[in-house]
Design a protein around this ligand. Structure first.
Ligand SMILES: [Zn+2]
Length: 110
C-alpha cells in the first residue's frame, strides 16, 4: 500500500483503503472542513455541502432531488457511504478551496 502525503498538511493517507480510525479519510476531511468553516465564518455543514457541490466536477455524485410538502430538497451522498475515491475527491476539493482562499490547512488531530 502506497501512502500519499497531503501536499498541504503533509499528513500521510491511503487513498485506496477506507478506514475509520484516527488517521482515516473522514478525519482528514472533517478536519479540513472544520478549519475552512472556522476561517471563512461559515457553518460546518454549509462548508461540507459546498465542498460536495464543487467536487461534482471531479466525479462526485450529484445530489438526489427529493420533493416533499411542495418544496424541493437536494440530498447529497453522505460521506459515510462514500467510496475511498469519492472521499478523496472531497479532500482534494478542500485543498483547492484552501489554496484559493490562501488558507494553510492543518490537521485537527495533531
Ligand atoms: Zn489534507
Amino acid at each position: 500500500m502506497q501512502a500519499i502525503e497531503c501536499p498541504f498538511c503533509h499528513k500521510a493517507w491511503f487513498p485506496k483503503v477506507r478506514s475509520t480510525g484516527e488517521h482515516s479519510q473522514n478525519t482528514h476531511l472533517n478536519g479540513h472542513v472544520a478549519q475552512l468553516a472556522r476561517e471563512t465564518g461559515n457553518d460546518f455543514d454549509d462548508v461540507k455541502l459546498g465542498v460536495k457541490a464543487r467536487a461534482v466536477k471531479r466525479g462526485f455524485p450529484e445530489p438526489r432531488i427529493r420533493r416533499a410538502g411542495g418544496r424541493t430538497y437536494e440530498v447529497w451522498k453522505s460521506e459515510s457511504n462514500c467510496t475511498p475515491a469519492e472521499c478523496a475527491m472531497l479532500i482534494d476539493e478542500c485543498h483547492q478551496i484552501a489554496d484559493e482562499l490562501g488558507i494553510v490547512l492543518v490537521e485537527e488531530d495533531i
